[in-house]
Design a protein around this ligand. Structure first.
Ligand code: FPP
Length: 225
């Protein structure tokens, strides 16, 4: 194989609640620790050769959670953007948001727009999925492709949120659950999948490095032989 190095990894960050429960802590603490795991991973991008890391932070289904938890997750997002933006800039990280994020609270939208503008020149991408649903993404892309009169795989892919990102190589889900939960459905067509029992707050840059090593030792066939 010429080059099996992964360019784009996506992660379904699962298990914050169970991490907290195991420690008799409130769920909010699990999410807080989850953000710390995100921060460590973003920092590690300096030493990990990866063009894009996509994280599932809030799905379009997550609105069904109790209001208090939703508010808590939104607050964590606000604080994360505020506190970590300088580091993004320092480490050449471009922030990208995928999903229907423009319908979030106006102050978050404003904050995100500012962060997107300021990090636009970064050379590696941190894509955060916010209010994201894979089926809705495909429907919107199919509609746009139909309007353009070009309903082909290529045209549809060009209308997805991820059109400007490298193809997805590896999808990781933590916490032992084995399902996609409406994440990057189209993009996962040829991706390798890695399901690990590690709960998200315990996931470290070394886990990501191990996953990448494993990936590069794996042969992918794209349906051929
Ligand atoms: C799943 O754990 C996790 C989420 C629904 C949210 C993920 C969010 C974060 C890690 C923090 C915010 C992210 C950023 C980028 C600032 P769960 O609550 O479903 O865990 P459980 O299945 O064990 O209950």
């Amino acid at each position: 194989m010429a080059d099996a190095r992964a360019r784009h990894v996506a992660i379904i960050m699962d298990g914050n609640g169970r991490w907290a429960k195991k420690r008799h802590l409130p769920r909010a603490m699990g999410h807080r620790k989850g953000v710390e795991a995100v921060r460590a991973l973003v920092r590690s991008l300096q030493s990990i050769e990866l063009e894009c890391l996509t994280l599932y932070a809030f799905s379009s289904e997550n609105w069904k959670r109790p209001e208090e938890e939703v508010d808590d997750l939104m607050d964590l997002m606000r604080r994360f953007i505020k506190s970590d933006l300088p580091e993004f800039l320092e480490h050449d990280v471009r922030l990208k948001i995928i999903g229907d994020w423009q319908s979030l609270e106006p102050d978050i939208v404003e904050m995100l727009e500012d962060a997107l503008r300021r990090t636009a020149d970064g050379t590696r991408t941190l894509a955060v999925a916010l209010n994201y649903g894979g089926q809705a993404e495909i429907v919107a892309a199919a509609r746009a492709a139909a309007e353009a009169g070009d309903i082909t795989e290529r045209s549809l892919a060009n209308h997805l949120y991820t059109a400007d990102l490298p193809p997805l190589d590896l999808l990781i889900r933590t916490s032992g659950e084995v399902r996609l939960s409406n994440f990057l459905l189209w993009q996962s067509a040829y991706a390798e999948m890695l399901f690990t029992d590690v709960l998200w707050p315990d996931f470290t840059p070394d886990h990501l490095r191990d996953a990448l090593d494993h990936f590069s030792g794996r042969e992918r066939r794209f349906g051929g032989r």
